[in-house]
Write a protein that binds this ligand. Structure first.
Ligand SMILES: Cc1cc2nc3c(=O)[nH]c(=O)nc-3n(C[C@H](O)[C@H](O)[C@H](O)COP(=O)(O)O)c2cc1C
Ligand SMILES: [Mn+2]
Length: 482
């Protein structure tokens, strides 16, 4: 089972030589960014800074910064293994014979044990601060020079819908303003914001809690683009093969948080209050996201385990640590995307596209304008709907090879005919849209054109050599003396 708490995960990393402890005192204002940026881009280890200026808590960064470490957090050999389990979950094969039915029983029993389990005590509450709670005791980073302040960047934000009680866990950054005041930066398209609107309509205070640490895979599930209404804790239970243990908050008793978290920040938002100017913040896009108004998060308690670690991350020009969280999602959510858009054989979110700017999509084209249908379906599919540029290619193109995609893109399009423009919601972080969160998107049909798509000439064949000839040359290679 993946590590049930962060310190166990740190021990696993350390055993494998994938973590480095740093004793030199470092400044959470910019210095840690500069170190982490170099180490992530070099594919280096997780970093545990034992002495952070101005705080008594050690700081952990770059925990997920390689495929290996991401796989360890999910306890898999590769992401495809997890994708196969997801596929099996959403498309179970119906047993027909009695023997097959019996074989399914343990699997079914396992599924029923996956919803989160509420327990009475948790290490996350070994130490409780209420009146004396102070956000500035945390070694929160100021990541980039023009950032509006210091930020909690790897928090899992727990909320519940006021009517249905459905739980949501989303990773949203938190800007610190005062010892007990912060801002909650959830994008309008995300589930936390949807819950907030429900409290706003009712004119009621909204309880919320931010968990740091906990099960090794918690930060990952908090970033997962699960459909609204699906509890990320249930998904975490499914991924780790065991129910997540949650404890009721100390000051927000309607909310539960992971029992094994390092820190939990409890509090509320009052939707009747004025919003607060949040940002700017050096973002995933490699640019600052502009300052804007977000809800005020009032802290009622900070709880933590004895000797906690403070986990964080820095986002910026890719690749950063979050690239690997995104890569896991790209792979693990392929079966879900295929359920919505069955034409898709594979897809890739290339590094330069920073998740939402660009998707390469591979289809087996069977009829005219199929690529257009696929684009429009993606523009209606969950968080993939925010994709700014979609390039659709044929089955033989390797979507994980940028050159192969660009080769076919350049060769196969008549720009006037093969580019589709639409308008719609876009990522809040996209600074090029005329308005925040809305603008135009582009689909490029880079597939071979078939009758019915306006190509009035014959379409030529692409160059390849026969397999027998390639095999012959392989066999004789040594003879050529090359
Ligand atoms: C490091 C990191 C920071 C993020 N920060 C934010 C953020 O500040 N606000 C936001 O709305 N989404 C942010 N996201 C993206 C969301 O976590 C992600 O879209 C998630 O699926 C949202 O969950 P939800 O659909 O339950 O709302 C961040 C993702 C990562 C990896
Ligand atoms: Mn959600």
């Amino acid at each position: 089972m993946p590590a049930a708490d962060l310190q166990t995960f740190v021990a696993q990393l350390e055993q494998r030589g994938w973590l480095k402890r740093i004793q030199a005192e470092v400044d959470p204002i910019l210095e840690i960014t500069a170190i982490a940026d170099r180490v992530v881009k070099a594919g280096g280890p997780a970093l545990l800074f034992e002495r952070v200026k101005g705080s008594r808590f050690p700081l952990l960064i770059n925990t997920f910064g390689t495929q290996q470490r991401m796989c360890l957090a999910l306890e898999c050999n590769d992401f495809a293994e997890v994708a196969a389990r997801v596929k099996n979950l959403i498309k179970p094969e119906m047993p027909t014979t009695l023997m097959e039915k019996l074989k399914k029983l343990p699997e079914l029993a396992q599924l029923s044990s996956l919803p989160p389990k509420i327990v009475r005590r948790g290490i996350c509450q070994e130490v409780v601060h209420t009146a004396d709670a102070d956000l500035f005791t945390l070694p929160a980073l100021k990541c980039w020079p023009e950032d509006g302040g210091r930020y909690i960047t790897l928090g899992a934000v727990f909320t519940k819908h006021p009517e249905t009680g459905e739980r949501n866990v989303g990773m949203y950054r938190v800007q610190l303003f005062e010892p007990k005041l912060a801002a909650m930066h959830w994008h309008v398209h995300h589930d936390g914001a949807r819950h907030f609107r429900a409290y706003q309509t009712r004119g009621e205070k909204m309880p919320l809690a931010v968990a740091l640490g906990g099960p090794a895979l918690l930060p990952y599930v908090a970033t997962c683009p699960l459909p609204p209404g699906i509890d990320e804790c249930l998904f975490a239970g499914f991924l780790q093969g065991r129910a997540l243990e949650l404890v009721p908050c100390v000051t927000q008793p309607d909310l539960e948080v992971p029992a094994t978290a390092e820190f939990v920040i409890e509090g509320y938002i009052d939707p009747r209050e004025e919003l607060i100017l949040e940002g700017p913040f050096g973002d995933h896009t490699g640019f600052y996201s502009l300052a804007d108004y977000y809800p005020r998060f009032h802290v009622t308690a900070i709880t933590h385990r004895q000797a906690p670690l403070y986990p964080t991350t820095v986002v910026g020009k890719p690749p950063m640590e979050d690239y690997w969280l995104g890569k896991a999602t790209e792979r693990i959510f392929l079966p879900l995307l295929q359920m919505l858009v069955p034409d898709i054989i594979d897809y890739a979110l290339p590094l330069f596209g920073c998740f939402h700017n660009c998707a390469f999509v591979k289809i087996r084209k069977e009829y005219p304008y199929q690529a257009r249908r696929v684009m429009h379906a993606i523009w209606g599919a969950g968080q993939m709907a925010l994709t700014k540029i979609i390039v659709v290619v044929d089955e033989h193109v390797d979507v994980h090879n940028q050159d192969d995609v660009l080769f076919h893109l350049c060769a196969n399009i008549d720009p006037q005919r093969d580019i589709e423009f639409v308008h719609g919601p876009l990522d809040i972080l996209d600074h090029a849209t005329p308005f925040c969160g809305t603008g135009s998107k582009m689909g490029i049909d880079a597939t071979r054109k078939v009758p019915g798509e306006g190509q009035v000439r014959e379409w030529p064949q692409e160059l390849t050599l026969p397999a027998e000839v390639e095999a012959l040359v392989n066999r004789r290679w040594a003879e050529y003396g090359l």
